[in-house]
Design a protein around this ligand. Structure first.
Ligand SMILES: Cc1ncc(COP(=O)(O)O)c(C=O)c1O
Length: 372
């Protein structure tokens, strides 16, 4: 066996022993899905499918090139316009994923002259982005704006970027965006808010940044994914026209990446239109999330993500597979997604679930947790 094959086998054994083996199996059994991020149920909406199909008919299946070569197509510009209307931001730039958007903005803004301050619970894509940016990077305890202030006050770099999530992807709690934005304005830093779990849900669907009255302000920029509440695929950075221009010219994950597939852009643009026309969708999914939390007997988190700490990775895996046996799929977050000892179940509802479905699932979860 080659050294590499031997190492792969050893690593697989370690993962198995720790109970952290991940799987890419297709779930074919009919089950109630409380694990995906399709918060508004738009990924199967006939209007998004029609928009995607029309884009395929008109432009083909791929963008064929980088956006800065010949890969920019009308659906990209329509999407960026719709994202601006939805979020109230002056400019938007679409990327091929939320991951690429996060890598793009931090690497384009970072470097030796920039201090990047990150909350300890930001998404892996932002952690990678900060590392790749060649900036000085400081991580603060979750939600600790006093620590952010201390670092901003002591900084020696001319520029600083503070990175938070509006609704945290695993814990489900909300950042205090107003306080963070005030702090960034006071110390002339840029607040970058990852709205992956806020857009389409918070602020009647227009996002937590819009709800806080921060859209279009000088010290705030937003990143988003099109693959959660918007039911499509792709990502975006939203902010000033100057920021957009800088990213088009310097963000490596924009320049050296094939443009977003036109069908994805068209579907996401249609999702923006639907969210603006039907703000009750966001209210409905939040109502379902409240019902789920109440039924599970847990404190309700701010957005759709409801997170239940269950201790060890093994216990999280056991509970998730027991629920799957009962026909309910939930997210199972174990190391390296969360630190050791605080593995958790992550439950997400959708706007298209009935109250009966939500209550049935909550009942099963409550029963299982009580049997511990
Ligand atoms: C907070 C957060 N940011 C960024 C991303 C990446 O988005 P995408 O899946 O579009 O790459 C995710 C997706 O899991 C996320 O949860």
């Amino acid at each position: 066996m080659s050294a590499m094959q031997q190492w792969l086998a050893d690593q697989a054994r370690v993962r198995s022993r720790r109970g952290v083996v991940r799987s890419t199996e297709v779930r074919t059994r009919k089950a109630l899905d409380l694990a995906s991020n399709d918060y508004l149920g738009l990924s199967t909406d006939p209007r998004l499918k029609a928009a995607a199909n029309a884009a395929v008919d008109t432009y083909g299946t791929g963008a064929r090139a980088s956006r800065v070569v010949v890969g920019t197509l009308p659906p990209h510009l329509d999407l960026e316009d719709q994202l601006c209307r939805l979020t109230g931001q002056p400019a938007a730039l679409a990327f091929s994923s939320g991951y690429a958007a996060n890598l793009g903005i931090l690497t384009a803004l970072g470097g030796p002259g920039t201090l990047i301050i990150t909350d300890e619970h930001i998404h892996a894509s932002m952690i990678d982005a900060a590392r790749l940016s060649r900036s000085s990077v400081e991580t603060v305890p979750h939600g600790d704006l006093t620590a952010v202030r201390r670092l901003l006050a002591a900084r020696t770099q001319p520029r600083a970027v503070v990175v938070l999530e509006s609704i945290y992807s695993v814990l489900g709690d909300a950042a205090d965006l107003s306080a963070a934005a005030r702090l960034c304005a006071e110390y002339d830093a840029l607040l970058v808010v990852d709205e992956a779990h806020g857009l389409g849900v918070a602020g009647h669907g227009r996002g937590a940044v819009h709800a806080a009255g921060l859209a279009g302000t000088e010290h705030v920029a937003v990143t988003a994914t099109l693959s959660k509440a918007l039911g499509s695929q792709g990502g975006a950075v939203l902010g000033s026209a100057a920021l957009r221009g800088h990213l088009v010219n310097t963000a490596r994950t924009f320049i050296f990446d094939t443009g977003l597939a036109p069908a994805c852009a068209a579907a996401a643009a249609e999702a923006c239109r639907i969210i603006m026309a039907e703000p009750e969708l966001a209210q409905h999914v939040l109502g379902n999330a409240a019902d789920l939390a109440a039924g599970c007997g847990i404190e309700r988190a701010a957005g759709v993500v409801q997170s239940i700490p269950v201790g060890s990775a093994e216990r999280a895996a056991y509970l998730a597979s027991a629920l799957a046996e009962d026909g309910v799929l939930v997210g199972c977050f174990r190391p390296p997604s969360v630190p050791d000892g605080i593995s958790r179940l992550r439950l997400t509802v959708r706007a298209d679930l009935s109250t009966g479905q939500v209550r049935m699932a909550a009942g099963l979860v409550a029963q299982l947790l009580a049997a511990r």
